[in-house]
Design a protein around this ligand. Structure first.
Ligand code: KE4
Length: 429
């Protein structure tokens, strides 16, 4: 595989875009080398500017659950674009996609569309604070809810601490209201709540974590958070930007039968166009402007093209619900194939998987939180694995702190090719 043109384009990009990318994770900083520039994509495949064809396990970080350039999504956008691209006025289309989303997802009466997962999570926290009249939030080390100030707080060693900003520009004033806990550690969260009685507006988490690799909740964790929130009148926010409309039509609330008070969405809900959303029962959503006092707004929120893509995507998923089992089976097949290779490699490894989300960690010990994920990511095993797979034409996340996202356009031949690539890669490590 040659990447000359990608490297040349990257050099050009760096002259006019900070770091040459519009989102840091794309820059390959965690694995080294120059990022790959894409020419086009179709189904399960990426075609880069050097003419390489790659099997894609990122799928734009989740949205492309049916594969790239899905005909129904493309046609919807093309048809809508002919009628104009943005009005800043309500359209019937927004009601259509809102109604469909509300019919698919448990425990929500209303949904507000925004333009990114960050906006959805930021707005959900503001709504929780406005609804409860409380200031503090609890988040979990290793969970990512976008780049809003309140979320860019990282525990030191995973111990509970008042957040200290880990990004310049996040003020101490903001950080003090973000309390940090360890994922899957219910005891610790309970202690934080006890210590901050009546001050916590919400607990926000990825109900299945995907930003420290894929880390499913341990048995009882989500249920325990639900009980804790009910006892202390705290709102439970499920950040389903990754898991929503991916792990089940109704997301994790449906898959694991645990209810959230507010749910946030992104990625799949936009079918690859910029869409985020947050949703809850009317009792909470009625606090949102213009109905209530909690302000939130956006020029391009509910944009016709984005709504058309999202509606086409959700319609496909709603009408072909066997897709969810199909990609879960493909993910299980891939898991078993790679595990059989890694088992005899002599390398320490563990594979986390749920539905169509999967990640490999080069660690003997189970990866259940940020600390164990960080320990597994130390050293250069992942970096070698990433580049080895890339050399074999397989594109996985360029960071150990990401999950892979499978799409239903993958064939079992693609999966076999991936397992074969894994075998060659691991043999050379
Ligand atoms: P966006 O603002 O990037 O649309 O969504 C933020 C977000 C919120 N919540 C969860 C659970 C997320 O995973 C994300 C964004 N995910 C990353 C990938 N880990 C997006 C990729 C990127 O940052 O470029």
């Amino acid at each position: 595989m040659l990447y000359q043109r990608s490297s040349a384009l990257f050099a050009d990009a760096k002259k006019v875009i900070p770091g040459g990318v519009n989102s840091p994770v794309r820059a390959f900083k965690a694995v080294g080398g120059d990022p790959i520039f894409v020419e086009k994509a179709k189904g399960a495949y990426l075609y880069d500017v050097d003419g390489n064809k790659l099997i894609d396990y990122i799928n734009s970080w989740g949205p492309m659950i049916l594969g790239h350039a899905h005909p129904a999504v493309l046609q919807a956008v093309i048809d809508k674009a002919k009628k104009g691209t943005s009005f800043g006025m309500p359209t019937e289309l927004e009601t259509e996609i809102a109604s469909l989303a509300v019919s698919m997802v448990p425990n929500i009466d209303k949904i507000r569309f925004v333009n990114s997962g960050t906006e959805a999570c930021m707005s959900a926290v503001r709504l929780a604070r406005g609804y409860t009249g409380r200031d503090k939030i609890i988040k979990f080390a290793g969970c990512y809810h976008g780049h809003s100030d309140s979320f860019l707080i990282q525990a030191g060693s995973g111990a509970v601490t008042f957040g200290t900003p880990n990004s310049p520009g996040v003020t101490e004033g903001t950080a003090k209201d973000t309390l940090l806990a360890r994922y899957n550690d219910l005891e610790q969260v309970t202690a934080i709540v006890e210590k901050n009685k009546e001050e916590i507006a919400c607990i926000i988490l990825e109900p299945v974590a995907g930003n420290m690799g894929c880390i499913p909740p341990e048995k009882g964790f989500l249920e325990g958070l639900r009980t804790l929130c009910d006892t202390h009148n705290i709102l439970l926010i499920f950040d389903e930007v990754m898991t929503g409309f991916r792990l089940a039509p109704g997301g994790v609330q449906e898959l694991l039968q645990v209810s959230a008070d507010i749910v946030t969405f992104g990625k799949v809900i936009g079918g690859g166009l910029p869409v985020g959303a947050f949703a809850a029962k009317n009792e909470i959503m009625s606090h949102l402007a213009p109905e209530g006092p909690v302000y939130q707004a956006g020029t391009l929120s509910g944009n016709p093209l984005a709504m058309a893509a999202g509606l086409a995507m959700l319609t496909e998923l709603n009408e072909n619900r066997s897709v969810f089992e199909s990609i879960a089976k493909k993910t299980e097949y891939l898991h078993k194939g790679m595990a059989s290779v890694l088992e005899t490699s002599g390398l320490p490894y563990t594979i986390n998987r749920i539905g169509s989300m999967i990640s490999i960690h080069f660690s003997e010990t189970p990866v259940v939180d940020f600390e164990t994920a960080a320990n597994a990511a130390a050293g250069d095993h992942f970096k070698k694995f990433f580049h080895g797979m890339l050399k074999e034409g397989i594109y996985i996340a360029p960071s150990a702190f990401e999950t892979w996202f499978l799409c239903d356009a993958l064939t079992y031949e693609d999966l076999d090719a991936t397992i074969a690539a894994c075998e060659k890669t691991v043999a050379a490590m």
